[in-house]
Design a protein. Sequence first.
Lengths: 495, 95
Amino acid sequence: MMSDLTKLKISEARDALRKGDVTSVELTDACLKAIDTADALGAFVHKTPELAMGQAKSADDRIKAGGAPDLCGIPLGIKDLFCTKGVPSQAASAILNGFKPEYESTVTSQLFDAGAVMLGKLNMDEFAMGSSNETSTYGNAINPWRRGNDATALTPGGSSGGSAAAVAADLCLAATGTDTGGSIRQPAAFTGITGIKPTYGRCSRWGIVAFASSLDQAGPMTKDVRDAAIMLEAMCGHDPKDSTSADLPVPNFEAMLTGDIRGKTIGIPREYRMDGMPDAIETLWSEGRCMLEDAGAAIKDISLPHTKYALPTYYVIAPAEASSNLARYDGVRYGHRAKLAQGDGITDMYEKTRAEGFGPEVQRRVMVGTYVLSAGFYDAYYNRARKVRTLIKRDFEDVFAQGVDAILTPATPSAAFELGKKHVDPVEMYLNDVFTVTVNLAGLPGISVPTGVDSNGLPLGLQLIGRPWEEGDLLNTAYALEQAAGFVAKPTQWW
Amino acid sequence: MSIDTETAARVAKLARIRVEPEALPALAQEFSNILGFIEQLNEVDVDGVEPMVSVTPMRLKRRTDGVTDGGMQDKILANAPDAREGFFAVPKVVE
């Protein structure tokens, strides 16, 4: 039997499984043991060892029979936002306490059909609203990385904080995430892993608890770009149950990883150079630019003039859609219902249930959304934001029309920060998404790749943004960047 | 824009979230901060710009208008906090 099984990448495990060097049962067992020793990370919030071992046994049979898909037998963690049949799925919210879906999300169905193994559900910000995993009803997820020998607990980012922590700590081979404003890419950057948000419409949203339907997309969080390509292919595809899912062929993304980016044009947007940006981020970005240039790409300075309006636009559109999507949590059909006093009517039931079930950030966003959609303010806020969104998307269309193939930016404005530090001011927390949120507003694919560390040894990531539906090309550029950066650092195990 | 406690109370009511009166001033202040942040959008010239409806220019799929699913009352009710005789139960709505 091989050692350090949980450290394997998907591609390595796939090959080892086929050679008979390891079985899925052994891999799964190793991950389950790692998970049980890592409760301090707060990553796995519902463990499913029996389900996992059952799936692993079937996967081993299937691999022996031959012709099994790439993900067959690969142990994964699943973000709590995905509905998984018979397994608690509560979007890290108290309002969904006890909820066990009677159905399976399309993305997890596809993963399970491909033979993947589910180890359990992963922590996240409540309803995916947050950038630090601090709004979860389960408590914080903790970043496996620390600043040198300093034991200060750092955020793994959010909202897919549990996914990021689990992959970085080698508790699973990869995990699912979702991204509404940066929730895959920011935590990936904070934990030294790779995360891709595909083009809006690539993955079915059916069975994923909705936050902001025009922005939400699922994607993989993995140990490298090749794994992202393998797992993304299994997650994508048309689904008649999601009318916004694209009826387009899904390419073999892994086959597109040549590392050859000669003749490609990479845009560097001047508006992403922020005042007060740490030197480490500035350096990382210019090093990334050089790496792509050395690999044969042409570098072009570009302008995305409406960048500074992306965050305020997002904080109108996302809460507006959330206020509508979260109206369904009313204590009638599923989840929590408040205990009622004598004489309480149905409105009391709604109001008490929602006050008890939603945490402060979710309440805040639902109410902001309600306000911007209310009579008298709809035009001034919501319609104006939708118009600015058109302009933000047009900025990208303009640079793509000038021949730009991909855009290179920092993934985050800083390295992972201390838990408890930014909770006081919601707007300060929102600024975390400054480099990622434009991509959701424009519906584009974006990937975060770890390329360096800061002076404390914390990982930092760069983001590449691609043309719509060209994830294959984007992944290949990311692959070239990954090869050049040669990022291999791992957190030291303290948990 | 500055939000007063009366407006905060009205928004909470519309959102069907119970907010105790003593929590309203802090809530109003938070709304004011967030809306202040959002008001940067007033600087943008949006004359003649169409509000975005769909981020990807694609026609929504259509299908025949027929029943595709159903006959699973037990599954629908399985997660209800209170289900009786095949229905969701709620407090009395009409006196």
